[in-house]
Design a protein around this ligand. Structure first.
Ligand SMILES: Cc1cc2nc3c(=O)[nH]c(=O)nc-3n(C[C@H](O)[C@H](O)[C@H](O)COP(=O)(O)OP(=O)(O)OC[C@H]3O[C@@H](n4cnc5c(N)ncnc54)[C@H](O)[C@@H]3O)c2cc1C
Length: 310
């Protein structure tokens, strides 16, 4: 078995999710290559050589990979198979963009959002918005997979570097073009890796009121998330959305504030270690999965809670 991981990176930095994907790959094989495609991205490749478990880094440095265009990238990866038996990427917008295209090019069924690897061809993945976990066996020669990064702990870095291979292949399909990039910047921990997430729903009512959540999150050294209703209402940007069509998080503490607990929201946070729900409706479904529930008005509770924290 040979695994190829497609690395995500931006602004010269390897995305933290890559470390989780390597952990997933280690459950398949000890022969792990990591592809760093991009433009002027040698530094990223050099850094990746120190990741535990990675046996070879492949650098594809060409202007056509500057935006990590899914069309160009999937064409490159399709060319590189064989010898790889498994191609892995994170189950985020990056992986979800590349992997279906790769599946089509290789004529294989992509395996999405894999959360457990039972064997080289048997995997667990959620279906029906996470209400059921399916055990699936793949008979394809090449498994094109996205993995749920919160289900696999990150690998560490080591002192010795693995080999670096350079490939000189350019796929400039020009099917799409990136016209603008907006990167959300925050001093708070990344939502995907934060130990504490304070998440707000429709009931928070406005961007202004979301400051209550930011303030609480800062006291807890946490990050802020939101339900889709809060995002759709424009209270916070989409990159904070948690759930089936947003981010999947598994922090140690998840505080759901004014969130009803629709299954699509639960799908994105139910692996949190401890869930606290604040909702003024005692029958809200969020209380079914909460470890601690507070039936109260969020506008009374949040200032009080913050005042109790030094
Ligand atoms: C295909 C699909 C994908 C979806 N993907 C997602 C997703 O990724 N993430 C997601 O979140 N949703 C998603 N949804 C939407 C989801 O079904 C719900 O509509 C959404 O989660 C509801 O958000 P909410 O809990 O903030 O709002 P509501 O359901 O309106 O709940 C608001 C809650 O706040 C409580 N409340 C009101 N006032 C107060 C107060 N003052 N203090 C305390 N509590 C109060 C109410 O009792 C209520 O329980 C998706 C839906 C579909 C169909």
């Amino acid at each position: 078995m040979k695994v190829l991981i497609i690395a995500q990176h931006s602004e010269g930095v390897l995305d933290a999710t890559t470390l989780n994907v390597v952990r997933a790959a280690l459950a398949i094989s000890e022969d792990i290559s990591l592809l760093v495609a991009g433009c002027e991205c040698r530094e990223v490749a050099e850094d990746a050589r120190y990741l535990e478990g990675v046996t070879n880094v492949i650098l594809a440095d060409h202007p056509c990979y500057e935006s990590l265009s899914a069309e160009n990238l999937s064409s490159l990866v399709a060319e590189m198979v064989p010898p790889y038996s498994h191609i892995l990427a994170p189950a985020n917008t990056f992986g979800k963009n590349v992997m279906p295209r790769l599946g089509a090019l290789l004529d294989v069924q992509p395996l999405t959002d894999v959360l457990h690897i039972e064997g080289t061809d048997v995997f667990l993945r959620p279906i029906y918005a996470g209400n059921l976990i399916a055990r699936i066996q793949s008979n394809d020669n090449v498994k094109a997979m996205t993995v749920r990064t919160s289900a696999f702990p990150p690998v560490t870095r080591r002192t010795e570097a693995c080999t670096l291979e350079v490939v000189d292949k350019a796929f400039d399909l020009q099917l799409s073009r990136r016209t603008k990039i907006e990167i959300g910047r925050s001093d708070r921990p990344d939502l995907g890796t934060a130990r504490v997430v304070v998440s707000g729903g429709r009931a928070v009512g406005s961007s202004e009121n979301f400051k209550l959540l930011y303030s609480l999150a800062d006291k807890l050294n946490g990050s802020v998330g939101a339900s889709r209703a809060a995002v759709d209402a424009g209270f916070v940007p989409y990159d904070l959305q948690i759930g089936q069509s947003g981010r999947v998080v598994a922090p140690e503490l998840y505080i759901a504030v004014g969130i009803s607990g629709a299954i699509q929201h639960i799908a994105g946070m139910k692996d949190s270690k401890v869930v606290v729900a604040i909702n003024k409706d005692a029958d809200a479904p969020i209380f079914d999965i909460a470890d601690y529930g507070l039936v109260a008005d969020l506008f009374d509770v949040l200032p009080e809670l913050e005042a109790q924290l030094c």
